[in-house]
Design a protein around this ligand. Sequence first.
Ligand code: URA
Length: 198
Amino acid sequence: MDSKLDRWNRLKEICHKCGACGLAARRKSVVFGEGVLESRVMFVGEGPGEQEDLQGRPFVGPAGQLLDRMLAAIDLSRESSAMICNIVKCRPPGNRTPTMEEGEKCLPYLRAQVDIVRPGIIVCLGATAVRHIIGPAERITRVRGQWLERKGYWIIATYHPAALLRDPSRKAEAWSDMQSVRAKLEELGIRHGDASMV
Ligand code: URA
């Protein structure tokens, strides 16, 4: 059977050629996602911003630096124990919110990524991830911090790090959500395995 790495690389190659929606026309890079294929937890943001589009890597701008600190606070990192992906893989012009249609067109890639990694825990970062993963009518302010189990995955939402940069008063709630992720990881048991980053 193909390894996770083979499946990941094959999917990435297909995604890099994607022209399923209008975002393809203006992208500099496809930002597929990065982290550890053996991760127990996948963090899902909205879509690439300017820096991500330039570098082809998720969460490398200011919001990404905060995300890295949030991960470190619960002893995780993209290099050793977490996977980081987005709802859309191409930058929406001017960093606008991706439309529902753009998100839906891109979602098969995320579903396939989840299927390869089988993370156990999925953390929705912000409103766009909540709409596409939890439900189109759901609101981040209503669902954050609450666990739900779907198709064998534990799902939780917290604020997007960019929202925390705009409104630091929400950091206490985000901190508590991250502690909740840590507790769930411990409950499920940390996976030991190959921890190289893809
Ligand atoms: N914001 C996101 O939602 N994703 C990124 O990769 C960067 C910023």
